[in-house]
Design a protein around this ligand. Structure first.
Ligand code: C2E
Ligand code: MG
Ligand code: MG
Length: 441
């Protein structure tokens, strides 16, 4: 087992607290991973993780408690990293994660999931401690040796810390002589200028991924943003982060809502009516003009409100700020659907569910990943599906990649599933072709 277990017969190369490999075996392990990757002509992704403010825990609670916290967090990291990852403990609160053959969006998604799982409260001496982690992410280049790869991941992590922590930072390639801070600023500027230009020229694209009911009918289609910077696809999460930092999020959000609504209208005109689900970021929902933008999109596209659904993270639903609450209520009252996205990665409080105006619950991929083997995950999925059903919510399982996962989701009686097994996100033309083909079946 790559992450290792903390059993009595621990080999000396493992850290007893976490079961991870010790730093001292890093160079040997990496050399082996490099050789395996070379043979398979595969790439290797490296992440450096450093817990934020961990000194406070050490200072306030002592080393025994701190060790217990480290062990808990290590378990969370292992649960996301999966069996293919090699995990190392690099320092008291620092870890490295090496993962073969991972594509850019996948690796960034894993980093996002790591942030989410670490960010779950831990009860420490009667106080609820909220851990968080900074992650540096990079890929192996031809010229790398094990140390230069790890050093770059470490520098990327430093940048994530400088930006406030509790985030990941990606260094894809480092121009010689550039410091990582300058490089990061340049990358953000590059993304910003591409975003500006794309908003003006319409180069930005939405791709669409269907959500399918067990009877094969289409429950909805999720719009996902796509943008290329310097020949590379940039993760929508990174785009949203830059857009939020630069204030571009307002225009970007308007553009996405309008494009999504227009796509829904065109599909209707074509005889393929479907609901379009649109992801909404926190800053959009914090804006006092959100409802007018939403109404404008519906009017421009001549679309009934129930043809649109907004996907929001759970924390937004429980956000106490009056503007967010008013926006949620306003959207709900006119009949726009509200989905809780990525359920199972945040607090996922059952008590909250009953008070939320949500019409849909989307189980996160990290959860579905555990199926069908994890019986506890299955038990939770089916119990919450029943509960959400009784509260009038539709339940969707995200990230279904295998037939076995689909069977487990259907056995848990979820209302619909979404994932690469059915279809990857596709451009509008492909989507409309895909829908036509299904209609003909
Ligand atoms: P999300 O809303 O949870 O979207 C689902 C993500 O999972 C998408 O990643 C999708 O491509 C991916 N996915 C779907 N099925 C599978 C599967 O079977 N396996 C795997 N490995 N992945 C699958 P994507 O497009 O990279 O988007 C990532 C996140 O970025 C989204 O997560 C959403 O939170 C955000 N996002 C995407 N588009 C927008 C947008 O237009 N506006 C805002 N505010 N956020 C967006
Ligand atoms: Mg979503
Ligand atoms: Mg999701």
């Amino acid at each position: 087992m790559p992450g290792g277990t903390a059993n009595g017969a621990q080999p000396a190369t493992r850290d007893p607290t976490t079961g991870f490999h010790l730093r001292s075996s890093g160079q040997r392990l990496l050399a082996r991973l490099f050789a395996v990757a070379d043979q398979a002509q595969a790439s290797l992704c490296a992440m450096w993780l450093d817990l934020d403010r961990f000194r406070q825990v050490n200072d306030s609670f002592g080393f025994a408690e701190a060790d217990a916290v480290i062990a808990r967090i290590a378990g969370r990291i292992r649960s996301v990293a999966g069996d293919r990852a090699t995990l190392l403990r690099m320092g008291s609160d620092e870890f490295a994660l090496l993962l073969p053959v991972v594509e850019t969006p996948d690796a960034e998604r894993i980093a996002g999931r790591l942030l989410a799982v670490v960010d779950q409260p831990i009860l420490l001496g009667g106080i609820l401690f909220r851990p968080s982690v900074s992650i540096g992410l990079t890929w192996r280049h031809a010229a790398d040796d094990p140390l230069s790869l790890l050093a770059r991941a470490d520098r990327a992590m430093g940048e994530a810390k400088r930006q406030g922590g509790n985030r990941f930072f990606v260094v894809a390639a480092e121009p010689p002589g550039a410091t990582s801070a300058a490089w990061s600023a340049r990358r953000d500027l590059e993304i910003e200028s591409v975003l500006q230009a794309s908003l003006a020229t319409g180069d930005l694209e939405l791709h669409y991924q269907p959500i399918i009911r067990p009877d094969g009918s289409i429950e909805a289609v999720e719009a996902l943003m796509r943008c290329t910077v310097g020949g590379q696809q940039v993760s929508p999460l990174q785009l949203v982060a830059v857009a939020e930092k630069t204030g571009l999020i307002v225009r970007l959000g308007e553009w996405i809502l309008l494009q999504g609504a227009r796509c829904a209208a065109r599909l209707r005109a074509q005889g393929c009516p479907t609901k379009i689900a649109i992801n909404i970021s926190r800053l959009q929902l914090c804006s006092a003009s959100f409802l007018s933008v939403l109404h404008a999109a519906l009017i421009c596209a001549r679309l009934p409100p129930d043809a649109i659904e907004l996907e929001l993270t759970e924390s937004l639903f429980v956000d106490a700020s009056p503007v967010v609450q008013a926006n949620l209520r306003g959207a709900h009252e006119v009949g726009v659907g509200l989905a809780i996205d990525d359920f199972g990665t945040g607090y996922s409080s059952l008590a909250n569910l009953k008070d939320l105006p949500a019409t849909k619950l989307k189980f996160d991929r990290a959860f579905i990943n555990e199926l069908p083997d994890d019986r506890r995950a299955f038990a939770i999925l089916s119990a919450i599906t029943r509960l959400a059903g009784e509260l009038g919510m539709v339940v969707v399982a995200e990230g279904v990649e295998t037939a076995a996962q689909l069977a487990a989701c259907e056995a848990a009686r979820v209302d619909a599933t979404q994932g690469f097994l059915h279809a990857k996100p596709m451009c509008e033309e492909e989507l409309s072709h895909w829908m036509e083909t299904r209609k003909a079946r």
